[in-house]
Design a binder for this molecule. Structure first.
Ligand SMILES: NC(=O)C1=CN([C@@H]2O[C@H](COP(=O)(O)OP(=O)(O)OC[C@H]3O[C@@H](n4cnc5c(N)ncnc54)[C@H](OP(=O)(O)O)[C@@H]3O)[C@@H](O)[C@H]2O)C=CC1
Ligand SMILES: O=C([O-])CC(=O)C(=O)O
Length: 454
């Protein structure tokens, strides 16, 4: 049986996104285009070479591609090409494999969905994912890009084209679509970045409601079609409550698998301590962000360490720690927006990389990282059933455990309770999205702000 590789189903340059959308609508399904590339001779050889080592993975990919091609006319250029990988392998495999031992040890392809894939954060993140710096140099990757509407479809095509042109050896597949039920099919990671930014005059409750609906839908889609052990990282704001909505709508996926991104806040806090202590920032460890990704977040200088010593032994300026440090970290996002005119994107992408790597590599002995996780039997006395940033450790298997040996003093506790109250208020606003009440119960305070809002 001929083994078909690099089947492709991308749109022809002459077909507009609108046509594609109509075509898909007629099938009662949004388009999901699969881009594969028999790009160059060396790349074909890589595919052939890795066949034995990754045969199972390749076989798993294949049916979708072959089936996809059969009934479709909407493809462009090189992506329309279908070829026989076995034939390619037979011709070149021997020499190539001698030269390229590396690909033999490649792991099974990991399937990663990214929403808001045409946005600013993704603009940086996708290229890091494709390069291997996130999942490792032996980890081939399939990227599934989710857009929100027909309008964003053309942008996603552009993103996919740039990924293609980057010639990343590990990037095995790029697909784009606007239907989460298609895009999330079997994904092992879902990086949920897409969200509507808060516009002028928009109430916080409106933002919670609008974005909440996005995460309600995406939670349902993940529940229906994603890998049963999918890891979900919610970035789109307000990320803690969006993550809560998402997990509540995905009851068949462990709640523990959902994270809200607070790693950017951790990195910001490390930077501030390093500046104050006049040390390079790799000397800062054990930094926790407690609570919400908002201006009520609590950067923890009590348990943080500088070059292995408690931060308070190195930085004796208690007033600075209590007042300036805390406020600077809480408002860093807003300050950045004022200077740059837009919210942080490159550093957010870096922090997403850090957050994923913290789950797929073992946490260094004695250290930990922060993540917004579901409170379900937490040892700190924080309200259950919310998504709250806490200190975590991982064995590198994608899972994590909460750290128990931390001190929470009165200063921290008072502020942790404030952030907790804010999250409980946010939760009441989205009761209608998590099956727990009515929208009218929403009473968010003025204090409830994203880091970017001041
Ligand atoms: N947790 C954190 O630490 C941080 C979080 N953020 C948050 O990340 C999010 C993305 O930021 P950024 O990439 O800079 O923003 P951009 O505005 O550049 O991109 C956002 C993307 O979201 C998508 N989007 C907009 N409206 C909707 C919708 N109704 N449904 C689905 N998708 C939608 C858009 O995609 P399309 O074209 O498909 O509509 C757009 O490409 C924001 O919510 C921001 O507040 C930002 C920094 C830090
Ligand atoms: O408010 C925003 O969109 C930006 C943000 O989250 C941050 O910079 O931490």
């Amino acid at each position: 049986m001929a083994f078909m590789a690099a089947a492709a189903t991308a749109p022809s340059s002459s077909s507009s996104p609108l046509q594609l959308y109509k075509h898909a609508a007629a099938r009662r399904s949004a388009p999901a285009l699969l881009l594969r590339r028999p790009r160059s001779r060396s790349h074909r050889n890589q595919l052939a070479c890795s066949l034995d080592a990754t045969k199972q993975a390749v076989q798993e990919e294949r049916p979708a591609a072959v089936n996809g091609v059969a009934g479709r006319t909407d493809c462009y250029g090189v992506f329309c090409t279908t070829y026989d990988l076995r034939a390619v392998g037979a011709r070149w495999r021997t020499d190539w494999c001698k030269r390229d031992e590396e690909t033999k040890t490649w792991k099974k392809v990991v399937s990663v969905a990214v929403s808001g894939a045409a946005g600013m954060i993704s603009n940086h993140l996708l290229f890091k994912l494709a390069s291997g710096q996130v999942f490792g140099p032996d980890q081939p990757i399939a990227l599934k890009l989710l857009g929100s509407s027909q309008r964003s479809f053309q942008k996603l095509e552009g993103v996919a084209m740039e990924l293609e042109d980057s010639l990343y050896p590990l990037l095995r597949e790029v697909s784009i679509g606007i239907d989460p039920y298609e895009v999330f099919q079997d994904v092992e990671w879902a990086l949920l970045i897409g969200a509507k930014p808060r516009g002028p005059g928009m109430e916080r409750a409106d933002l919670l409601n609008i974005n909440g609906h996005i995460f309600e839908q995406q939670g349902k889609a993940l529940n229906a079609v994603a890998s049963r052990n999918v890891k979900v990282l919610v970035v789109g704001n307000p990320c803690n409550t969006n993550a809560l909505i998402c997990l509540k709508n995905a009851p068949d996926i462990p709640s523990k698998n959902f994270h809200a991104l607070t790693r950017l806040d951790e990195n910001r806090a490390k930077c501030q301590l390093a500046l104050k202590a006049s040390v390079f920032y790799d000397k800062i460890s054990n930094m926790t962000i407690w609570g919400n990704h908002s201006t009520t977040q609590v950067p923890d200088f009590v348990n943080a360490r500088i070059d292995g010593k408690p931060a308070r032994q190195v930085i004796r300026d208690t007033k600075w720690l209590h007042e300036e440090f805390t406020k600077t970290v809480q408002k860093r996002g807003g300050e950045l927006i004022q200077k740059r005119g837009r919210s942080s994107a490159p550093s957010t992408a870096v922090s997403i990389v850090d957050a994923i790597r913290s789950l797929v590599t073992p946490t260094p002995e004695g250290d930990w990282f922060s993540s917004g996780v579901y409170t379900n039997g937490n040892p700190y006395g924080i309200a259950e059933d919310i998504v709250f940033s806490m200190p975590c450790r991982s064995k590198g298997d994608g899972d994590y455990e909460l750290v128990t040996d931390v001190t929470i003093d009165d200063f921290l506790w008072e502020r942790i309770k404030k952030s907790e109250a804010e999250l409980l208020a946010e939760k009441r606003c989205v009761g209608h999205l998590i099956g727990e009440g009515e929208e009218e119960l929403c009473e968010v305070t003025e204090d409830t702000m994203l880091p970017g809002e001041q």
